[in-house]
Ligand binder design. Structure first.
Ligand SMILES: NC(=O)c1ccc[n+]([C@@H]2O[C@H](COP(=O)([O-])OP(=O)(O)OC[C@H]3O[C@@H](n4cnc5c(N)ncnc54)[C@H](O)[C@@H]3O)[C@@H](O)[C@H]2O)c1
Length: 337
């Protein structure tokens, strides 16, 4: 298939592009590089021998996006491009809605004009907010606790409505929990050019010596050790879920949790990183972050039934592969800090 990947230079997107190429698909990337570097795609080219076309385009720019879709003639789109920081969204709500909602609507209109009606959408486990039942099943009513998560839940509502009004659309929303780790080659990994708020890259920065310590935000949550609990899932498994969603998509809207279904606390992740890296991680206690919830881990049964996602790489593998990437690339895609 020919696949257009928005946000394909980013963390998950670059792993997705690699997985698509390895599965024999043709890929075309649209990314404004606001939180990534085109070097990620150069590394993918080094791994595969295939140079993927990259259009440096903002998805909210309708005419530029249309031109990209005309060039790419895709059969389907995987839509990663979005603003993604919970905390930042509390201060820049309008910007989050402009890109995540405005960009989604622009993309859907452009796709409709071009007659492309298959989409895999990056949703988020964070749409559940402070859920009562863990692991959280997909049937749980979304209750997002911040603007970022609200844009993801609203995006799903838009996609659901679209599928109701035109039954030729085939749309899969994947609600990822905490994608982490890196490709086993150590050639591509997580290296945001903007804010660094995901936990594992921060821990890796301490392990490699880019920063002396890190802050554990909140040790007073109602969790076994008081730190926040999340569901870390290997980024290569996340990419695999998209491949399966493309292969098995019937018409209409469907959604799946993409996580391992295992809650891991911040302190447990620190211990995992210490074991994988052989280095001790200095940390200090800090206040809770606004917009965060105590725990978030998903029920994986629907993804097993609907996508055949039965096995996942372990937390040890996530930490080991993240360290392989970080120790080979202490400053990410840049050569110096
Ligand atoms: N990483 C996570 O923890 C996580 C969890 C749940 C959901 N998600 C979602 O998965 C998707 C990918 O996340 P990621 O971690 O790879 O983030 P990322 O920031 O590395 O990737 C997003 C990419 O989109 C690009 N982009 C942003 N705004 C754009 C715009 N207006 N036009 C074109 N390109 C634009 C960025 O430059 C970047 O390359 C996002 O939609 C995110 O909300 C991520």
């Amino acid at each position: 298939m020919k696949i257009l990947v928005t946000g394909g230079a980013g963390f998950i997107g670059s792993h997705q592009v690699l997985a698509l190429l390895q599965a024999g698909h043709d890929v075309h990337v649209v990314d404004d590089l606001s939180n990534s570097s085109s070097l990620s795609l150069e590394r993918v080219a080094a791994l595969t021998g295939i140079e993927v076309p990259l259009d440096v385009v903002d998805i909210t720019d309708r005419s530029e996006l249309m031109a990209s879709v005309v060039r790419a003639t895709p059969d389907a789109v995987i839509h990663f491009a979005a603003r993604k920081h919970v905390n930042e969204s509390l201060h820049r709500a309008l910007d989050y809605h402009r890109v995540n909602i405005g960009g989604l609507i622009t993309l859907l209109e452009v796709m409709a004009t071009a007659g492309v009606k298959q989409l895999v959408y990056s949703s988020s486990g964070s749409i559940y907010g402070d859920a009562e039942i863990h692991p959280i099943p997909e049937s749980t009513m979304p209750n997002p606790s911040n603007p970022y998560s609200r844009t993801k839940a609203m995006g799903e509502s838009i996609l659901r409505d679209l599928c109701r009004t035109d039954e030729r659309w085939s749309i899969t929303a994947l609600r990822y929990f905490n994608p982490a780790g890196a490709h086993e080659s150590g050639m591509i990994g997580e290296d945001p050019t903007g804010l660094r708020t995901n936990l594992l890259p921060v821990l890796m920065d301490v392990a490699v010596g880019n920063q002396t310590d890190m802050m554990v935000n909140g040790l007073d949550y109602p969790t076994p050790d008081g730190s926040a609990v999340r569901d870390y899932v290997h980024v290569v498994d996340v990419a695999e879920a998209h491949l399966r969603a493309l292969d098995s998509g019937p018409e209409g809207f469907r959604c799946f949790n993409i996580g391992r279904g295992v809650g891991v606390s911040v302190l447990e992740l620190i211990a995992g990183v210490e074991q994988a890296t052989g280095r001790s991680i200095a940390w200090r206690a800090g206040p809770r972050r606004a917009g965060d919830v105590a725990q978030l881990f998903g029920d994986t049964r629907l993804a097993a039934e609907g996508l055949g996602m039965e096995t996942y790489r372990s937390l040890d593998t996530i930490c080991r592969d993240a360290w392989h990437w970080q120790s080979r690339n202490p400053h990410g895609y840049r050569t110096t800090g």
